[in-house]
Design a protein around this ligand. Structure first.
Ligand SMILES: [Zn+2]
Length: 328
């Protein structure tokens, strides 16, 4: 007796198909398994076969799923690539290649899921690293990508959602790019439902923010830390736009999260030899961290930041993350 067939959840994964990643109107049937044991599908629109792992880091993988899963789990546990290589027995170039594939997948999912986030208190800060040497050691022949690398990060205060980041030089262009990404991912605020932004005393934010938000919709405050001989002397909480509550002007939450990034990504560790050799690998690592922090890790009451923001209704696991297909 033939059992009842379950619904087909996957959409067409052929980029040339008019129904590529489109749920409405898809016409797909199962079509056996390939030699690696992966389910094969057939799209009746483009008349092409595709494997269930297409457009995921598991596609065309020489390693079995369980091995990729173990490598992926190491990516946010501060293990160096050589360390993962010693533990798993796979070559360091293989580990690095999978990290990059997983990072690209995470970037796609971050763009797909993080949008229309409700207005609230958001904190922004910058975290320093270098790729693969510090500015003072740069040669005139070195690429512009190399040297000090600043990641502008933004977290939502209550839910802890890692909203956006942008990595590059410490200049107004990198700051503006992060703010545009942030702007596109948030709901438009109104005078009744304002957005609140808190940063350090970096003047780049006060130049860029008025380009995106008008004063009645934004409360913006800066925490300016005055130091003498590397010791904190006093803190000024300054209202820059709108009328934020002075007590609310703080960046302590994002400083904690940026510290979490340093604790969890080996390449962000201070005085380490695990620094990034290429900028794209550095960005991949941050994208993985962003997805894992938002969807897989618990913030409070068994809920992830993405659950607290109603982006998802459940706690994700690594397998679901690696196998996920975006669909529209
Ligand atoms: Zn198709």
């Amino acid at each position: 007796m033939v059992g009842k067939r379950g619904p087909i959840l996957i959409t067409c994964q052929n980029p040339d198909c008019t129904y590529f990643q489109i749920e409405d109107g898809k016409n797909i049937t199962k079509n056996g398994h390939n030699s690696a044991g992966n389910q094969q599908y057939y799209c009746h629109h483009c008349r092409r076969f595709f494997i269930e792992t297409k457009n995921t880091p598991l596609y065309d993988s020489r390693l079995p799923r369980t091995a990729v899963l173990i490598i992926a789990k190491h990516s946010t546990e501060k293990t160096s690539i050589r360390g993962v290589s010693r533990v798993t027995g796979h070559h360091r170039d293989t580990i690095s290649r999978y990290y990059h594939l997983i990072g690209e997948h995470a970037e796609k999912l971050n763009d797909y899921f993080i949008h229309d986030i409700s207005a609230g208190d958001c904190e922004m800060d910058e975290i320093w690293e270098f790729v693969p040497k510090k500015n003072k050691n740069l040669l005139t022949t070195d690429s512009e990508e190399l040297g000090d690398c600043w990641s502008y990060t933004c977290f939502k205060r209550d839910s802890g959602l890692f909203l956006a980041f942008e990595s590059g030089k410490r200049n107004i262009d990198t700051c503006a790019d992060m703010l545009v990404r942030f702007f596109n991912r948030m709901e438009l605020p109104t005078p009744e439902n304002k957005i609140s932004i808190f940063t350090d005393g970096n003047v780049q934010y006060s130049i860029c923010l008025p380009e995106l938000y008008c004063e009645p919709c934004l409360d913006y405050g800066q925490v300016i830390k005055v130091k003498e001989k590397n010791k904190l002397v006093y803190v000024i909480r300054e209202k820059i736009m709108g009328n934020p509550d002075s007590k609310a002007i703080s960046t302590s939450v994002i400083e904690g999260y940026n510290n979490k990034i340093r604790q969890r990504l080996s390449r962000f560790g201070r005085k380490t030899a695990s620094f990034s050799k290429k900028l794209n690998r550095f960005i991949s690592a941050l994208n993985i961290f962003q997805f894992v922090h938002n969807f897989i890790e618990v913030k409070s009451s068994h809920k992830s930041p993405a659950m607290l923001e109603s982006i998802t209704d459940h706690l994700w696991n690594w397998s679901e993350f690696l196998n996920y297909h975006v669909q529209f």
